[in-house]
Design a protein around this ligand. Structure first.
Ligand code: CA
Length: 306
């Protein structure tokens, strides 16, 4: 199967807005290979390189990719088939003013550590410690709602953006609400490995090639408010907000909506069921809005787009 290549030379953005101009237009059902830059665009190439502050432009997202026929009210499904590392090392950094333990006396910032890739072993190395390669896409999203000013690629929200979610990885599908014609998908900020929470503010930031297939789901009965990830065994709405509590409330609402779409339950009954199965997971706590997901097991939810 031939794949259309899309590179940062075709287009890249640093802000998701309601009025993005497509870099390329593809058909629904088309398979693509999207090249992404490392989130710091080569600023860190050795342990002695330091990032004094977060750049104004960070997390370059390749695109935007318009998908023919996508209209507001549709859902854009992005099936991630593979993420290949295309650098021989990633990098993990601390930056002053960023990260969960920012300002703590015993945490040094800025600091950088290159994480060389050993493709044969399937690992990156942090000093003499091997870490399994497990790539994910940090920033992925679509054009925002008409009534929103836009969000920099450092911020996650209902359009996606800087979600930094380990489940946005090969084998999984991410669903986005379409707010603007074409959807206007863009992505970048990939990691060779990242822990849930992304505590120090980065994963192992690295350039990649992503194989994916895009598909428009036309006007589903289910109203998708925010990004949703389908894994092998669960549906996971992704909610971003200023506090963990707010994000958890949104993700609980989303889980209730999924359960009520499937079962004949009152809101209270679905709320109670959501407290019994699956549950909340932390995506990231640093971006500066935080992102959580709420796993609804497929054993209890066949999915909202059937
Ligand atoms: Ca990120």
């Amino acid at each position: 199967m031939s794949r259309q290549p899309i590179t940062p030379e075709d287009g890249k953005l640093y802000e998701f807005t309601p009025t993005l101009e497509p870099a390329v237009t593809v058909d629904s059902g088309e398979s693509l290979t999207v090249e992404t830059l490392d989130s710091l665009e080569g600023a860190i190439r050795s342990d002695s390189d330091r990032l004094e502050s977060i750049p104004d432009e960070v997390n370059a997202a390749t695109g935007p990719i318009a998908v023919e026929g996508a209209e507001p009210g549709d859902v854009l499904a992005v099936d991630i088939e593979a993420i290949r590392l295309v650098e021989d090392a990633g990098r993990v950094v601390t930056v002053d003013g960023f990260g969960l333990l920012d300002g703590h006396d015993d945490i040094e910032a800025p600091r950088s550590r290159m994480t060389p890739v050993d493709g044969d072993a399937g690992t990156i190395t942090f000093g003499d410690i091997d870490v399994a390669i497990d790539p994910c896409i940090g920033t992925i999203g679509v054009a925002t709602r008409d009534d929103e000013p836009g969000y920099s690629t450092l911020v996650p929200h209902d359009h996606g953006g800087n979600l930094d979610t380990t489940d946005i990885t090969a084998g999984n599908t991410v669903y986005f609400p379409v707010f603007q014609p074409g959807g206007l998908l863009a992505m970048g900020d990939c990691k060779a490995a990242m822990a849930d929470g992304e505590m120090c503010g980065t994963g192992s930031e690295i350039a990649t090639e992503i194989d994916l297939t895009v598909e428009v789901i036309e006007q589903p009965d289910f109203t998708l408010e925010r990004p949703l990830v389908e894994t092998a065994d669960a549906w996971k709405p992704l909610a971003s907000a200023e506090t963990l509590e707010e994000a958890c409330e949104l993700a609980n609402r989303d889980a209730i909506a999924l359960l009520r779409n499937e079962h004949d339950l009152s809101g209270t009954e679905a709320y109670m069921l959501s407290s019994l199965v699956g549950g909340l997971e932390i995506s990231q706590v640093v971006d500066p809005l935080v992102t959580v997901r709420n796993a609804v097991p497929k054993a209890h939810c066949g999915g909202p787009f059937q």
